[in-house]
Design a protein around this ligand. Structure first.
Ligand code: PHE
Length: 352
């Protein structure tokens, strides 16, 4: 029995010293000293030992018990201290460390451009409207002074819908935002100061075209509207959007739905309108000092009539420009392939 007690002591001492946590230690304590623990069992067995041997064995067992208790207490203290010192290591807060910013998205550059264009026109009383982006032939072409089979229609590489034909013709994906002109006039409220920004679709895809793009269409109709108003509004826009040093010019052009018609050019932001780069070379962006913004003109009397407006009383101007194109001309952001705008490549989009 003495040997058994000594063996048990060795085993228990070993278990105490290898315990890694205080809960390991609790288990060890229960296993040896608990009510049904191994040493407790041995103490109970003392009653079966001869009276001679009992005091000696009893003293030994009690001695072992006390020693184990002391060992347990000191090991517990040691483990607790270790745990606390680790805690101060892992839970230390450096209040001067900059916080972790959660990844935050932002609007697509075209959405930002659309918002900016909207705000610029709203400041001079234009109202952003919304009209269908799948519309009847009548609004996309016919009401714009382009009768059926007119060759001018070929310039708009149109997608036709596989849909029933109505009195207003076939349905098309709007190839320009000008479908809004007659729709807006039909409302019959004057003055008309519309800015319609919408998706347009054309059967074209290459470095300078995407099949889905955006245009912003301005329409101003009232009594006595002249080309001077058109110039004033265009200069205002160019200077607000591109910067105060930019200038515009009107170049004679032809559209069926405006008369007279113009292409609007703006001085190049890279060479400042000189056509000569800082290295005394031809400017790579514009080659001649001017960049084309897009079309404009005085609303054709036939368009006013199609919208139920008397051209003897009212006149107006309209313009329609590409958002992608206008945006990429801003600050010389020279995109060599505009398709990148719609590739959802974060390496590109994160730069805006
Ligand atoms: N709709 C024309 C285009 O897509 C642009 C334009 C709009 C021209 C309004 C004149 C007036 O090219």
């Amino acid at each position: 029995m003495q040997d058994q007690l000594n063996a048990l002591r060795l085993e228990a001492e070993n278990a105490i010293s290898v315990a890694k946590t205080t809960s390991d230690l609790d288990e060890t304590e229960v296993r040896y000293l608990g009510r049904k623990g191994r040493l407790t069992d041995m103490l109970k067995m003392l009653s079966g030992v001869s009276a001679e041997e009992r005091p000696k064995l009893g003293a030994l067992a009690n001695d072992i018990k006390r020693q184990l208790e002391i060992m347990l207490a000191s090991r517990r203290k040691q483990l607790e201290e270790e745990q606390y010192s680790k805690l101060s290591e892992t839970e230390r807060a450096d209040v001067t460390e900059p916080g972790n910013r959660p990844p935050e998205g932002h609007l697509h550059p075209m959405t930002k451009a659309i918002n900016e264009i909207t705000e610029i026109f709203e400041r001079i009383g234009f109202v952003r409207t919304r009209y269908p982006e799948v519309d009847w032939d009548f609004y996309a072409f016919e009401s714009l002074n382009m009768p059926k089979d007119h060759p001018a229609r070929d310039e708009w590489e149109t997608f036709f819908m596989d849909a029933p034909v109505s009195k207003k013709g076939k349905m098309v994906l709007t190839p320009h935002t000008s479908n809004s002109q007659v729709r807006e006039l039909e409302r019959g409220e004057f003055p008309v100061r519309m800015i319609n920004i919408a998706k347009c679709y054309r059967r074209q895809i290459d470095a300078t075209h995407v099949p889905m793009f955006h245009q912003f269409e301005g329409l101003y109709v009232d009594k006595g509207v002249s080309i001077a108003h058109l110039r004033g509004v265009l200069d205002y826009f160019a200077q607000e959007f591109f910067g105060p040093e930019r200038k515009t010019r009107l170049r004679p052009y032809h559209f069926r739905f405006t008369e007279p018609s113009f292409e609007i050019d703006i001085t190049c932001g890279v060479c400042g309108g000189t056509g000569i780069s800082a290295e005394k070379q031809k400017c790579k962006m514009c080659k001649r000092g001017w960049l084309e913004l897009g079309g404009a003109g005085m609303v054709h009397p036939n368009v006013l009539k199609a919208g139920g407006v008397d051209p003897k009383k009212y006149s107006g101007f309209a313009f329609g420009w590409g958002v992608e194109r206008t945006y990429s001309m801003k600050g010389g952001l020279n995109l060599d392939d505009i398709r990148i705008l719609y590739k959802n490549d974060l390496r590109f989009l994160k730069q805006f």
